[in-house]
Design a protein around this ligand. Structure first.
Ligand SMILES: Cc1cc2nc3c(=O)[nH]c(=O)nc-3n(C[C@H](O)[C@H](O)[C@H](O)COP(=O)(O)OP(=O)(O)OC[C@H]3O[C@@H](n4cnc5c(N)ncnc54)[C@H](O)[C@@H]3O)c2cc1C
Length: 439
């Protein structure tokens, strides 16, 4: 019977500077170190903290002047020599870099959703994000938390619980009354550094885009904007899917070396979760505040956009009748308006129709327009380019009217009508009027 020999662990050694060889190349060794054990002197030479070194040899390999070497003690040298002679396989190695990364990432836990508000009024997208956030939190086995910043906004914590959060981090102080980048970034980064969330979701709104970019830069992590799909892989990475290369491909982006993982999502992309009245959760009231004197931006007056008075918000509509290049001219949109009036809906447009000046820009549906999720979306004379589809394909029902039976819009349509829209649309409107008269 052969005797089983215990495996000998291969010594890793520690990095050391060889005196007089450093050329002060610009701290390449320091930037390569995965465990931050290298400091630089004023003259640009490294000081290596041997106790922290994990022997990964990154600094040795990157040094252009061969000024860093691996150092082994006499006993370690002996073991290395024995291993070489016996050719005995050393104990299976753990990749030190991967181990250091795993330790760093494991400090972050929890899915956070930033609850956007203006003068205490929440943005609907925040609740949509709590819906998708709940799925992510369940997959990760962590809490779903709301991040709420403002003045007199504690009521939003309870709204967040009703939409699925189990905890709310609250910064409530006069300095947060109106959104300003500086205090919001300070406040959010304070909470992020203190509680270390694994995932942060924000609405891809004016406020969300501004805040998310500034926070990601400050906490040195990645940010994927305008995501249309979010999921978790088997290594706890957030798979962030969004259109790329002008919308011609859907790219899945991951931030596997930094935390938190940050995404923005446009309104109406994610479904609204069911409201649970009376749901409760824990409120963490953090006293952190920023002195008003230190904030350079002052809000003097809020002037509402006068153009928005009476403007049509297609994102909130339940019925949208959209026209494309097939409408042939601006005057023909009147037949879509008639149908919209019968249904209590609004008229939307493809980018071609907007670019042609047939409809205003705020009616554009798609990648560079609005994302909509109505009960019924009727696409008239729209071919169904991917950039249009990403803005409407999650509608509950899509009805496509197109004279080209091979138009891509039919691939996402619940019902397709192959025909001339100038005949089909007025016929539908007539039929609805008849049905209404009978009732
Ligand atoms: C970076 C980028 C961003 C973009 N963003 C957007 C965006 O946000 N939204 C958007 O819509 N597009 C966007 N586009 C443009 C997009 O690629 C398409 O060019 C556009 O959607 C086409 O518009 P359309 O379907 O109205 O026109 P067309 O593609 O020309 O289609 C017209 C359709 O009308 C049909 N038709 C014609 N006459 C009739 C009739 N009498 N009856 C029935 N059917 C008829 C035709 O069969 C055809 O299918 C973007 C493109 C890029 C590169």
């Amino acid at each position: 019977m052969s005797e089983l020999k215990p495996k000998i662990k291969k010594p890793r050694g520690v990095a050391r500077l060889i005196g007089g060889k450093c050329i002060a190349c610009g701290a390449r060794c320091q930037s390569s170190c995965p465990v931050n054990c290298i400091e630089m002197t004023d003259s640009g030479e490294p000081i290596i903290e041997e106790a922290k070194c994990i022997g990964c040899q990154k600094c040795v390999k990157i040094c252009p002047a061969v000024a860093v070497e691996m150092f082994f003690t006499a006993e370690e040298m002996q073991i290395l020599a024995e291993l070489a002679v016996s050719s005995q396989p050393a104990e299976e190695e753990i990749d030190p870099e991967a181990a250091a990364l795993a330790i760093k990432l494991s400090a972050y836990r929890g899915v956070w959703v930033f609850v956007e508000q203006t003068e205490g009024e929440p943005a609907k997208v925040s609740w949509e994000l709590l819906g998708v956030g709940a799925n992510l939190a369940e997959k990760l086995g962590v809490e779903l938390c709301a991040l709420i910043v403002g003045e007199n906004v504690e009521h939003l914590c309870h709204e967040a619980f009703a939409h699925g959060a189990t905890k709310a981090y609250l910064l409530d102080a006069p300095v947060y009354k109106h959104y300003r980048t500086e205090p919001y970034v300070e406040g959010c980064c304070h909470l992020i550094e203190k509680y270390k969330p694994e995932v942060i979701l924000m609405g891809a709104t004016g406020m969300g885009r501004d805040l998310a970019g500034a926070i990601a830069t400050r906490v040195a992590t990645g940010l994927t904007a305008d995501c249309t799909g979010l999921a978790i892989d088997d290594k706890r990475n957030l798979m962030q899917t969004r259109p790329a290369f002008g919308g011609n491909i859907m790219a899945t982006i991951m931030c596997d070396k930094y935390r938190p993982q940050m995404s923005t999502v446009r309104p109406n992309v994610m479904p609204m979760p069911e409201r649970k009245n009376g749901a409760e959760g824990i409120i963490i009231r953090d006293p952190f505040t920023v002195s008003e004197e230190s904030v350079l931006t002052k809000v003097i007056e809020i002037i509402r956009d006068s153009h928005s008075k009476g403007a049509v918000d297609i994102t909130g509509a339940e019925f949208i009748i959209s026209g494309g290049r097939g409408m042939m001219g601006p005057e023909n949109f009147a037949i879509l308006q008639e149908l919209a009036d019968e249904l209590g809906g609004v008229v939307g447009a493809s980018r071609s129709a907007v670019d042609a000046g047939w409809m205003p820009g705020d009616r554009q549906v798609g990648q560079t327009g609005k994302t909509v999720r109505p009960k019924i979306y009727i696409a008239c004379g729209i071919s169904g380019a991917i950039q249009h589809l990403v803005g409407m394909q999650d509608s509950d029902m899509v009805i496509a009217i197109n004279r080209d039976s091979s138009a891509p819009i039919f691939e996402v349509a619940t019902y397709g009508i192959v025909g001339d829209l100038f005949q089909v649309v007025p016929a539908i409107t007539r039929k609805i009027r008849e049905m209404k008269q009978k009732n």
